[in-house]
Design a protein around this ligand. Structure first.
Ligand code: VG1
Ligand code: CO
Length: 544
């Protein structure tokens, strides 16, 4: 076995963000850049020698090259066995599923999720632990510490492996299994949902749907599940072939970037149901005929209807949502008499709650929903959950959501993103807010009185770890709220996220336009934070 020890020097910018290390492809292509990070992962772990790891990615540009490098480095570092998705493809939820099913030590997922791909786009790498979930902060911090002191990495000198189809190989002493990317995931979905009933529902002919994979990783999964297994007609899955640059688009399932699907779903003879997923398959957008379901509402509806779905019919241990996610699910949890946890942004904070069986369902406003079936959010799982509900209730998406609002009230919700603004003024805006919140309680702004204002800090109820500075939140006495955060996934400048929420119990006011319903709060956010001044922008880049 020819293991080479390569001398290297640290890069100073390898701190993982909300979800792994994300940088432009050109940065990852710098000599030693990827290798330093991978070696730092191994150097921060203990007891992995001889163990199994899972590796795969969303198929974006540089995925294949990165996988070959990781395989050779894993072999040189004493890993026992690696499971790789065929063609290097594993959606993030599928990787989580396989780590759990195979009892792997961990996994390396290659994705920059919803960020654009291609030679000029972004690439990313993320380490997941043995529970199948994103490494918690103590692990990502340990990796970051290693990246600051690394001086050598190990790599096996060997030819590339053919990862294009399932098969078994040896790299030095390490076994490599190239596995079917879809099989285990499909099996897991089959165990949770009433596939026969959904199949019957689709076959009835009264229901049409449209799934947009945005040329990203879910294509093969969606075709196998919806078209082959559940009998939806061919062509139901649009843009189903993963492309290295996602066809030039943003693989981000929201009203702005999934515009082809939005056009179809908001046309005159729209299908009954539409959905899209992101680059790595962990996000979902749910649409009905001329109707958009906000992710926060989707989580609430799923929670309220969970008893209709076989995998969840015996009840829920609890629910969890990220802090900026609307409180719609809190209302459902209160009615069900179960706990509702509020965590910082990022799926890694749900891991402990799921492991400890404190929460069964989790969600984020950023089009992420999931459950204890894996330890990542799961786009197609959410689509199947909705299909199962629709098959049982035989009502339209719009009717289901509107009835939900009637029962629980409506949480009007929107997120305004100011993307790629200058870093320094963005930090200044946040620092200024941070210095203001201490004195805000009781303050009046027009009709609004501040009930609480703080920089969100979270103490994990399972291991007691504390994560501070997780976003400025200002809550008002009428239940409305504004939240400010800087993104931890962007790769250019800073992205300011403004989250707006107001609660409307009166059903006669539920049909209002969201931006209009939130207009006072939008103006108030500007008044308090001086967004225009600090971002030098008149309007947000993306409104969801
Ligand atoms: C964003 C979302 C967050 C999500 C994260 C990763 O993070 O707001 O809710 O967990 O992306 O999702 P940020 O720090 O940019 O706000 V994914 O699908 O990009 O892995
Ligand atoms: Co994603």
């Amino acid at each position: 076995m020819n293991i080479r020890n390569i001398k290297t020097t640290p890069f100073t910018d390898q701190k993982p963000g909300t979800s792994g290390l994300r940088k432009p492809v050109t940065v990852f292509q710098k000599p030693h850049y990827l290798e330093n990070f991978v070696q730092s992962i191994f150097d921060s772990l203990e007891g992995y020698q001889g163990e199994t790891f899972v590796v795969g990615g969303d198929g974006r540009y540089y995925n294949r090259q990165a996988i070959q490098i990781i395989l050779k480095m894993a072999a040189a570092n004493g890993v026992g066995k690696i499971l790789v998705g065929s063609e290097g493809i594993l959606s993030t939820p599928a990787a989580s599923c396989i780590i759990r099913k195979e009892g792997a030590f961990g996994g390396i997922i290659l994705s920059a999720s919803h960020n654009p791909g291609g030679p000029e786009g972004d690439f990313g790498i993320k380490y997941n632990i043995g529970n199948g979930g994103p490494a918690p902060e103590k692990v990502t911090s340990a990796i970051f510490e290693q990246t600051k002191v690394i001086d050598t990495y190990k790599i096996l000198e060997a030819a590339d492996i053919n990862i294009d189809r399932p098969g078994s190989f040896k790299l030095g002493d390490m076994s490599v299994e190239v596995i079917d990317s879809v099989e285990s995931y499909l099996e897991l979905m089959d165990s949770l949902f009433d596939f026969d009933r959904i199949k019957e529902f689709i076959a009835s002919g009264s229901f049409e749907m449209c799934i947009d994979s945005l040329h990203a990783v879910t294509g093969p999964y969606a075709r196998a599940i919806f078209e082959k297994r559940l009998g939806a007609k061919e062509g139901t899955v649009k843009n189903g072939t993963p492309l290295e640059d996602f066809g030039g688009g943003h693989p981000d399932p929201n009203l702005v970037y999934a515009k082809d699907l939005v056009e179809i779903m908001f046309s005159e003879n729209a299908p009954n149901f539409g959905a899209a997923s992101d680059g790595d398959g962990d996000r979902n957008m749910i649409l009905g005929n001329n109707f958009f379901v906000t992710p926060s509402d989707s989580l609430a509806v799923i929670t309220a209807n969970a008893k209709l779905v076989p995998g969840y019919k015996d009840g829920l241990a609890g629910v969890a949502r990220s802090m900026p996610t609307s409180a719609a699910v809190d209302k459902v949890a209160a009615k069900l008499g179960i706990d509702c946890y509020e965590t910082p942004t990022g799926w890694k904070f749900f891991g402990n709650l799921l492991d400890a069986n404190k929460a069964t369902l989790c969600g984020e406003e950023s089009f992420g929903t999931g459950s204890n079936h894996i330890r990542e959010k799961d786009g197609l799982w959410a689509v199947l959950f909705w299909l199962n509900i629709l098959a049982v209730r035989q009502e339209s998406v719009e009717d289901i959501v509107k009835q939900h609002w009637q029962t629980y009230g409506r949480n009007f919700y929107s997120r305004h993103d100011y993307e790629e603004v200058d870093k320094d003024p963005a930090n200044e805006l946040m620092d200024r807010l941070r210095s203001m919140v201490g004195e805000m309680k009781g303050k009046e702004y027009g009709n609004y009185t501040v009930e609480y204002a703080d920089d969100f800090s979270y103490t994990d109820p399972v291991d007691g770890s504390v994560s501070s500075k997780q976003g400025i939140r200002i809550g008002f006495t009428d239940g409305s709220r504004i939240v400010f955060r800087l993104s931890g996934t962007g790769t250019k400048g800073a992205t300011l996220r403004l989250y707006l929420e107001s609660y409307e119990p009166d059903a006669s006011k539920h049909d209002r336009d969201t931006q209009e319903a939130l207009s006072d709060l939008i103006a108030l956010a500007e008044e308090i934070a001086q967004i225009k001044k600090f971002t030098d922008r008149d309007a947000p880049t993306v409104i969801t």
